[in-house]
Write a protein that binds this ligand. Structure first.
Ligand code: BES
Ligand code: ZN
Ligand code: ZN
Length: 503
């Protein structure tokens, strides 16, 4: 989608679909009273065109509510779409992001390939934040997962124009650029997550990452089994050994020149391209979904794409540990003992707790490459889904400053994460009789925390943020603003975390 800024007055904009955002400013408590609707556009022609429908009382400007007018009076646009932002005079970039997605998803099934939005002016919403939210929401709304329908028609939006006044031009331009970069990075992660296990193997994931790095000027190495052996990545290798597909260790480096010595950020993602559970085989029901077990890795690849374009003044190393978790005559067994890259021995209790194994070596490697601060993302535990459902993802941290930076970024990304503890009292659950630690807690309780405690063994004292995105990496039901399927969660929040360390 090409996104551009225009200074045309709304009345003269020639477009298939002109979108205006509106709020419900009613203060009356009477449910029968007609809603008072305010358009977030200071424009007489727009007010005139919308007047009849607004006075009808049919449109309440609920979030994502829409009403369409054909041939709106006094406008050159072919259609006018009002999109609601909810009650009150204030609005937020989160509400606007969804509304922009809603407008895009309104246009797509109608075969419209181009639309125009007016930059809303509202209390508490700066033009830069508003433009950014519109670009992010529009990109997210444009994605559809129907890749392999043989009769697929390309319904994607070719062009989005944003109308902004002269006073807002610079800010809106900057916001659009940021929002487009972030929205496209999120969609790139979604494209990868959407691919099935037979088409996106660890090797292919490595190729896609390398291709992105070439395009955006990042260094990229993709290592295979030989290098994993050389690095003594016994935990990572143990997961890969059951599959015919070779593993891939993807290392993407963003190293801006002229950056004074400072923190080095390590981004580590779980890239299991399919998780059968291995010998501790999962049940058949819903197993097809385990193609999305590389969503944490995809988030890191997407984040690196945005970082390469936004160019924060901080060094970043992105690592994806990619393998396929399969049962076979070569697969690891419960009871096996593996030696991780760090030298720690691990008793395998359940081969389905494989994400923490690949991450253990990924985190160790990031530290060996010089990472001073770590963040990981993984579809790690069903227990996290039990705890937080499909609304919030889990966040864990051993460091207050690193966590606070992440939490501050959520204010910008609008993504929802809820903090869960990592505390020493949980450590005894991964104590093993035969090895240093075991890979599961042996009880169903606190499974997301146990997994985090396992990872903590490998980050040691390095400041670290862990994201368990199992419940939110896949959207189960379509929403007016976003399709069912991969969500691209965490890409934008990770980028904000990275930017917080820039000088
Ligand atoms: N990939 C799964 C976690 C998962 C579950 C992701 C649901 C998305 C949705 C992970 O590898 C796994 O199987 N975890 C086990 C751990 C258990 C064996 C300790 C789980 O959560 O059941
Ligand atoms: Zn598993
Ligand atoms: Zn898994």
């Amino acid at each position: 989608m090409k996104i551009e800024l225009l200074q045309t007055p709304a009345a003269t904009a020639e477009t298939e679909l002109l979108v205006i955002f509106a709020v419900n400013t009613s203060t009356s408590k009477d449910p029968e009273a007609k809603p008072e609707i305010a358009l977030l556009a200071n424009d007489k022609a727009l007010a005139g065109a919308a007047q009849l429908v607004l006075s009808s009382g049919e449109f309440k400007a609920e979030p994502s509510e829409t009403v369409l007018l054909h041939a709106p009076q006094g406008l050159r646009a072919k259609r006018l779409l009002l999109v609601g932002l909810g009650k009150g005079t204030k609005t937020t970039q989160h509400v606007l992001r969804r509304a922009a997605g809603t407008a895009v998803r309104f246009a797509k099934p109608r075969g419209l390939r181009e639309l125009t939005m007016t930059l809303p002016g509202a209390e508490g919403l700066e033009p830069q934040a508003a433009a950014r939210a519109i670009a992010e929401g529009a990109c997210a709304g444009d994605f559809d997962p129907d890749t392999y329908h043989s009769n697929r028609q390309d319904r994607s939006i070719a062009r989005l124009s944003l109308l902004a006044g002269e006073d807002a031009e610079q800010a809106a331009k900057a916001g659009l650029r940021e929002g487009t970069i972030l929205g496209e990075a999120q969609n790139f992660a979604r494209v990868l997550v959407n691919e099935p296990g037979n088409r996106l193997t660890p090797t292919v994931l490595g190729e896609r990452a390398a291709e992105m790095c070439r395009k955006y000027g990042l260094r990229c190495e993709v290592y295979g089994e030989a290098k994993l052996k050389e690095l003594k990545m016994g935990a990572f290798l143990s997961v890969a050994q059951g599959s015919e597909e070779p593993p891939a260790l993807i290392v993407m480096t963003y190293d801006p020149t002229d950056t004074p010595a400072g923190p080095v950020l390590g981004l580590v993602g779980k890239g299991i391209t399919f998780d059968t559970g291995g010998i501790s085989l999962k049940s058949a029901e819903g197993m097809e979904k385990m193609k999305y077990d590389m969503a944490g890795g995809a988030a890191m690849i997407g984040a690196m794409q945005a970082i390469a374009q936004l160019k924060p003044t901080v060094k970043v190393i992105g690592i994806v540990c990619s393998a396929e978790n399969m049962p076979s005559g070569k697969a690891q067994r419960p009871g096996d003992v593996q030696i991780a890259m760090s030298g720690k021995s691990i008793e395998i209790i359940n081969t389905d707790a494989e994400g923490r194994l690949v991450l253990a070596d990924g985190l160790t490697y990031a530290r060996q490459l010089g990472a001073t601060h770590l963040i990981d993302a993984a579809t790690l535990t069903g227990a996290c889904v039990t705890a937080l459902g499909m609304v919030n993802a889990g966040v864990f941290s051993n460091d207050e400053d690193a966590y606070q930076r992440f939490a501050a970024g959520l204010g910008l990304s609008g993504e929802r994460f809820w903090r869960l503890p990592v505390e020493d009292d949980y450590r005894e659950m991964i104590q093993s009789g035969i090895a240093d630690i075991r890979n599961t807690g042996g009880s169903r309780w606190g499974g997301a925390i146990i997994a985090a405690m396992f990872l903590k063994e490998f980050v040691e004292e390095t400041p670290w943020v862990h994201l368990d995105i199992a419940g939110v990496a896949w959207i189960e039901e379509q929403k007016p603003w976003i399709a069912k399927g991969p969500s691209g969660i965490a890409v934008r929040s990770i980028v904000e975390w990275v930017r917080s360390y820039a000088k």
